[in-house]
Design a protein around this ligand. Structure first.
Ligand code: FES
Length: 174
């Protein structure tokens, strides 16, 4: 009788131990699946920081700029690509207008993206790739460029110049 009870007891013990191991294995798989799946869900459903519009970058002191004398200023900006944040060097052509308004142009020609420069002798921006010329206010004077120079959003705090996003002008060459 004792032997029978012991065998039954052993069988019950075996079942409860087996169900404990099965639950433990499912639990571990659940933890692994959550650990792997959660970052993917966050990546797919949360917008990256890069899409935030209000990331201003300080690029220089406007009190040092002379009116109608374009200056190429260098700055660094963080670019967020998914989970990667990269610090990128960029430039802007900054023009202080006679009324003290400040305009900052993107550094690339609007034709095929070459770097242009200020041509002192012509008093215009010149792109050396296909000879597009832009006036000091960024409008196309001649050449194949299809639209005026792109402009950064700008704001001045004290004497500090801050740049926002780069925008394409609405107008195009006629
Ligand atoms: S890239 Fe500037 S004119 Fe072609």
């Amino acid at each position: 009788m004792d032997d029978v009870r012991t065998a039954e007891q052993r069988e019950v013990d075996g079942i409860s131990r087996r169900s404990f191991y099965i639950r433990a294995i499912y639990g571990i798989w659940g933890i692994i699946a959550t650990a792997l799946g959660l970052p993917a869900i966050v990546y797919l459903f949360l917008p990256p920081k890069a899409r935030q519009e209000n990331d201003w970058v300080e690029i220089g002191d406007v009190s040092k700029l002379a009116p109608n004398a374009p200056v190429e200023m260098t700055f660094r900006r963080n670019r967020v690509d998914g989970w990667k944040i990269q610090s990128e060097k960029s430039t802007a052509w900054v023009v202080k207008q006679p009324d003290n308004q400040v305009v900052a142009f993107g550094p690339q020609c609007t034709h095929l993206g070459c770097a242009y420069h200020w041509e002192e002798s012509k008093n215009e921006f010149l792109c050396p790739c296909h000879s597009s010329l832009f006036s000091i206010d960024g409008k196309v004077v001649s050449g194949p460029a299809p639209r005026p120079l792109d402009r950064f959003k700008t704001k001045v705090e004290g004497t500090k110049l801050l740049l926002g996003q780069l925008r394409q002008p609405a107008e195009r060459k006629a």
